[in-house]
Write a protein that binds this ligand. Structure first.
Ligand code: C2E
Ligand code: CA
Ligand code: CA
Ligand code: CA
Length: 279
């Protein structure tokens, strides 16, 4: 379209004037990489803290670059968002997660919640809801087994559209988590309008939670907020036994982090699914 053409032009214009030829190269290589199956997903397990039961898997995208090797998402997601390529990348992630979920089912495993990260920009795609519905149904996955991790920034640009689109997702049965919770600037009343199912406490609050009373207060406050709003609460970045203990005692239901399980490839996840995984 004319608009996206102009956006693209402005993007290139800015990139060139900033001399970011590296980024332009990386962007072009990302396009090629998407066509040549250089992207793959890892899955990080999520657990119920009291029982140690596996409750979900967060899909995290990785890029196996032919020259640079493994490029972490921190290097390319922002560029994909800025250039608009996040649309194609996000569609690929959705399809790959559902394909993998179906394969695990076909191999005889019980269904497990699949969480994917969805950027603000993907929500400007009017077809997103329909695309999610079709991809789930094509793979025989019930909508309640998909969770979209969104961030508060979604409310920044067009909150009405965001609320409408999220409501459609929720009406379908898809779960909705606020990622990096506590780091954004949205008011509680704005958040209250979102049809959420879960709060995901940002890693920065977990890092020192075993010793820092300020962080302890924040985590307790988020847990009780979640309880008030009827949302499940999960902590990300759980790295130590002391952090896990604090979370257990403060009533945080679920956790995710290196202590409990690293992000892993699909085969490794399948071994965990077979073993009746406990954290
Ligand atoms: P995020 O959604 O906050 O994901 C959690 C990040 O923390 C992941 O980094 C994960 O590997 C890392 N992590 C997990 N446990 C621990 C821990 O105990 N300690 C520490 N220090 N880190 C931990 P990763 O995979 O590098 O992803 C970085 C970010 O890239 C993600 O942050 C997310 O914002 C974005 N991202 C990843 N995959 C996708 C995707 O498919 N789509 C979109 N739009 N963004 C994605
Ligand atoms: Ca996430
Ligand atoms: Ca996060
Ligand atoms: Ca984060």
């Amino acid at each position: 379209s004319k608009k996206s053409g102009r956006d693209t032009f402005q993007f290139y214009d800015r990139m060139m004037s900033e001399g970011s030829l590296m980024d332009l190269t990386l962007l072009e290589e990302m396009r090629v990489g998407l066509e040549h199956n250089q992207f793959f997903l890892e899955y990080q397990p999520q657990f119920e803290l009291t029982s140690g039961k596996l409750t979900g898997l967060e899909a995290l995208v990785r890029w196996n670059h032919p020259r640079l090797g493994r490029v972490p998402p921190g290097r390319f997601i922002a560029l994909a968002e800025e250039s608009g390529l996040i649309g194609s990348l996000g569609n690929w992630v959705l399809e790959e997660v559902c394909r993998q979920g179906r394969q695990w089912r076909d191999n005889g495993h019980a269904p497990v919640l699949l969480a994917i990260n969805v950027s603000q920009r993907q929500f400007s795609d009017a077809n997103l809801v329909e695309r999610v519905r079709k991809t789930l149904s094509a793979n025989g996955i019930e909508p309640g087994y998909l969770e979209l991790e969104i961030t508060e920034s979604l409310l920044a640009e067009n909150p009405e559209m965001a609320v409408a689109r999220l409501s459609d997702m929720r009406a379908m049965g898809v779960k909705l988590a606020i990622d990096d919770f506590g780091t954004g600037y949205s008011s509680l009343s704005a958040l209250r309008r979102l049809p959420l199912t879960r709060l995901k406490i940002d890693r920065t609050f977990i890092q020192n939670v075993a010793s820092d009373s300020g962080d302890q207060g924040i985590v307790r406050a988020i847990v009780s907020l979640g309880r008030e709003l009827g949302l499940t609460v999960i902590a990300e970045g759980v790295e130590t036994a002391a952090q896990k203990e604090f979370l257990l005692h403060s009533g945080c239901e679920c956790g995710q982090g290196y202590l409990l399980g690293m992000p892993m490839g699909a085969e490794e996840i399948e071994r965990l699914l077979s073993g009746g995984l406990r954290s």
